[in-house]
Ligand binder design. Sequence first.
Ligand code: ADE
Length: 242
Amino acid sequence: MRIDVVTIFPEYLAPLDLSLVGKARTAGLLDLRVHDLRAWTTDRHRTVDDTPFGGGAGMVMRPDVWGTALDEVLAGGGHLLVPTPSGAPLTQRTAERLAGEEHLVVACGRYEGIDARVAEHYRTVPGVQVSEFSLGDYVLNGGEVAALVLVEAVARLLPGVVGNPASLVEESHGAAGLLEYPVYTKPPSWAGLDVPEVLLSGHHARIERWRRDEALVRTAARRPDLVRALDADGLDAHDRTV
Ligand code: ADE
């Protein structure tokens, strides 16, 4: 998979050299390229923004600069992803869908955002898909942190990136639609707290049942919206008693 990130702060993306994503790049599983938007400016001051039409506070990023950059980066087609607090929430399902695509381009806005014509224009370009996404209902200073989040969420789903693919199966926001159950390791007793007895029992079926119950209780307490969204078929008779 190829991912291009366009930003005025390329250094912000430096953590993508580290850890699993860094390894995926070195192994050739992910072709990640970070670009400085200012490389596409033509004036002496390398201007990327201007005052908003209609007035108001802050600055808006210019469509002409973004257009030159994106025409080049999206030349072969791809999925343009624009982080913005007014986008659709980024979910694990979105990450799964994106992990199956060939080319993603993340356009990181700053200030009050990117001129709305940029997304509008690329929606009309053949071979280009546009999605505006949000990390959540809060405002960041720009799209860079959202780009980091998106790249990590997608890259770990690419074949070969996570060493043991089984660890992707049971985690929070996995197929069950529940948060993950609590996990424990050695020592079995710490700070006066004991690991739940059942986990030491070696009884596989009882452990599975306990984990499912804990996941349900946790999800109901912390994310009742997820429990409501569960498919009726996703709950078994025992679940309903938890
Ligand atoms: N840019 C600014 N705030 C954001 C958010 N909440 N999600 C994605 N991109 C953003």
